[in-house]
Design a protein around this ligand. Sequence first.
Ligand code: PGA
Length: 251
Amino acid sequence: MRKTVIAGNWKMNMTPSATKAFITELVPMVKGMDKCDIVLCVPYVDIATAVEAAKGSNIHVGAENVHFAPSGAYTGEISADMLKEIGTEYVVIGHSERRQYFGETDETVNLRTKAALAAGLKVILCLGEVKEQRLSGITDEVVAMQTKLDLAGVSAEELKNVIIAYEPVWAIGTGLTATPEQADETCGVIRKTVAALYGDKAAQDITIQYGGSMNDGNAKELLAKENVDGGLIGGASLKTEKFTVIVKAAN
Ligand code: PGA
């Protein structure tokens, strides 16, 4: 049985002191909810504080990006080894905001994915169609292509440390959510693509999350779908009560 993973993506929110307060509050709220993995992906400067605050709990800590080179002249960037050394377990790669605002391409997403996996990080690989692509009926082709390009050169063994987050770009931060049927169908297309690349067993085992305005009101319905194995949550991950309701829905 594949794992359900509920991951928060804080984006550019929360200072270290706010991180400490948030996690200290969250720890008792999600205690014992062990039917899903709980991850908080936080800004780089919050990671050490988050790791410390989450120690001994069922909350895991992730970063929101990573550079693909092991070290070198890349001013302002952070390597996989740096993340690993401070206790980071997961990393979000290829988020649509990175693709949209910071020139991220399937090629750099693929390089970052391979670097993160080589360093022993678990990757939350984000992909999804933009509104025009959905309206023109090419969503399936788009997500299949992204899946293939973003995973190029990733071995079957490494794939065990990959979670795919299907995030329709039109649903992110907009309050528009994919219907449970749309989410299920497109996560299914991604699973089929993984099957074609790695075989049926790998496709059955891989965790595929839905992301895009998932919240305390709609999580249950989305998570009930066969192909939806969790969520990547932005806005609703910034409030302990809302995030806890989503974790509860996954349990
Ligand atoms: P949202 O963000 O839940 O605020 O729509 C999701 C994401 O960007 O991962």
